[in-house]
Unconditional design. Structure first.
Length: 558
């Protein structure tokens, strides 16, 4: 109880420390009025606030006619601030009605002023706009509309706005649904064999007995621990802008966790039994009549917690939206709840595995040893899959081929005729796997140019004659490899991307430059695709998380 209280106090202090940011209404005070023969937009900024010159835009709309007035009015000279061109104090923009008539003639119209700004304290606000309705000669709340710029919203912006504007119950239900969808992505797949092996081990200890209730309980402990870990990591990332998953993807952590899976594998092969130290089990026995059960619960909880951090889901629009919301508002409570229920949604398939294992578990027999060995092989496969993030692909291919061949030789020596048939299939499969991997590696790849700093990216964006796509990528990111192996090998995608200048930001090492680039674009991890044209970001094309070739083409062609 004392530890829980300390955690709550720590989180509360973090929330309180992030309350120094201004609300958008206080940071950006804008007034629009008609003066004589002019429409005047007055934007006053708090001394801690600035707006980007490149994101200023005045658009005149009349029916199906649209005109960009930005370059046709006088805007005060911007200044350089941390290598960006910005405006401090405020802006006074005057649009002559004569200019409006030249563009559209007589008739109804409206003028929209779009802008985006940041605080010197490190917070960037969502794009905003003010609209003046030319049908009215007076300016009141009916013809000045505050809104996040819907025309340049991407999927992450939409989800962030849902958190800001939505009913709390609707928000939580929505994020639970997002979790169900994320459960269908490869990011959750590594957790399936981990949980399955836990259930098998507990079944072995109980003589093959596993009720649906017990299977569900074991799965629930795992899923709740996973959800708690993911929520804590997400809240910390949202509050401090840190990519916590990237921090956990360094060589030592990956090797250490791979070693844990190797140890689990050899335990399932029967070489030894993994359990909590006797002293720990004795201490746990003070609060439970069954020390082995308590020890098992603690072990499952620890495995669920670590699984979420190390082999957990990749960054996706719902996660990114929640993190952006927490970062912009400091509201870690709603953001954290959204992440928690999203994690529960992701855990639904894992709960189903627990119930199914209890319901369909066969009677005790020799099959139990066979299943344990099968899951031992699966544990080794997970260990190799994790090492793939830090070792060359050739080593990964060799390790997987060796695992398949080793399993085949074991079955040839110890298996019955069915085992020998499976061994033959494994040997064929290992050869096909190696050939496919080699052929796949030799295929032509997209001509990405690597950039490491904001200055490099800005320089290319200014001089590129083509639109630009920037791919934020990491070797430990599963969805990044989905992009590489599925979306970026589609012929239609390759043809469309030939029209772009392609840049890649490798954030594998989570260096200071990597953090600066991600912070600049309000990103919390890969995969993310950002598009530029004429030096300005096309925010409606921004992508977070994996997109199939069809989804990808739909976004970049619009």
């Amino acid at each position: 109880m004392k530890n829980i209280l300390m955690v709550l106090l720590f989180v509360s202090s973090m929330i309180a420390s992030n309350q120094g940011f201004l609300n958008p209404e206080d940071a950006f005070k804008i007034k629009v009025e008609k003066k004589n023969d002019n429409i005047v937009f007055d934007l006053k900024l708090d001394p801690t606030i600035y707006v980007y010159d490149e994101f200023l835009k005045l658009t005149l709309n009349s029916g199906d006619k649209t005109s960009d007035l930005t370059k046709e009015i006088i805007v005060k000279k911007p200044v350089n601030y941390h290598d960006f061109v910005v405006h401090f104090d405020g802006l006074h923009l005057v649009i002559p009605t004569k200019l409006i008539k030249e563009k559209i003639g007589e008739g109804a119209y409206n003028i929209t002023f779009e802008y985006q700004g940041c605080s010197k304290k490190g917070l960037c606000y969502a794009p905003m706009s003010k609209t003046y309705n030319g049908n009215s000669t007076t300016v009141d709340q009916t013809n000045i509309k505050d809104k996040v710029n819907k025309t340049t919203q991407n999927e992450t912006d939409t989800i962030t706005q849902t958190l800001k504007d939505g009913n709390i119950f609707l928000v939580l239900i929505t994020f639970f649904g997002f979790g169900l969808l994320l459960a269908l992505t490869p990011c959750i797949f590594p957790m399936i064999p981990i949980l399955s092996s836990i259930i098998v081990q507990h079944s072995n200890k109980d003589g093959g007995k596993m009720s649906a209730t017990k299977g569900f309980t074991l799965s629930l402990i795992y899923v709740l621990s996973m959800s708690i870990a993911y929520t804590i990591a997400g809240v910390l990332a949202g509050l401090f802008g840190a990519n916590i998953q990237a921090m956990l993807q360094n060589v030592y952590v990956i090797v250490g966790f791979s070693a844990v899976f190797v140890a689990l594998a050899f335990s399932m092969f029967g070489y030894y039994e993994l359990s909590l130290p006797q002293s720990w089990q004795t201490a746990l026995n003070k609060t439970s009549d069954n020390s082995s059960k308590s020890g098992g619960v603690v072990g499952i909880a620890i495995m669920g917690f670590l699984s979420a951090l190390i082999v957990g889901p990749c960054v996706a629009p719902p996660l990114a939206g929640a993190l952006v919301y927490i970062g912009q508002t400091g509201d870690a409570i709603l953001g954290g709840l959204a992440l928690f229920v999203m994690s529960l949604g992701m855990g639904v398939p894992l709960l189903a595995i627990g119930i199914g294992a209890g319901k369909y578990m066969p009677k005790p027999g020799g099959w139990m040893m066979v299943v344990s060995k099968v899951f031992g092989v699966v544990m080794l496969a997970v260990a190799i899959w994790m090492l793939d993030r830090i070792v060359p692909s050739a080593i990964t291919i060799g390790l997987f081929a060796a695992l398949l061949m080793g399993s085949a030789f074991y079955l040839i020596k110890n298996g019955n005729r069915y085992g020998k048939m499976i061994a033959a299939l494994l040997m064929i499969g290992s050869m096909v796997f190696v050939k496919y991997s080699v052929d796949n590696a030799s295929e032509q790849h997209l001509p990405f140019k690597h950039v490491q700093t904001i200055q490099e990216l800005k320089l290319i964006a200014i001089h590129s004659k083509k639109p630009i796509m920037v791919d934020f990528w990491a070797s430990w990111c599963v969805s990044c490899k989905e992009f590489d192996n599925i979306t970026f090998k589609d012929k239609a995608v390759l043809k469309e991307l030939s029209k772009y200048t392609l840049l890649k930001v490798d954030v594998t090492n989570n260096s200071a430059e990597d953090k600066e680039l991600m912070k600049q674009f309000n990103l919390f991890g890969p995969p993310a695709m950002i598009f530029f044209k004429d030096g300005k970001e096309l925010k409606d094309k921004r992508m977070i998380g994996f997109k199939s070739p069809e989804e990808f083409l739909k976004i970049i062609k619009d």
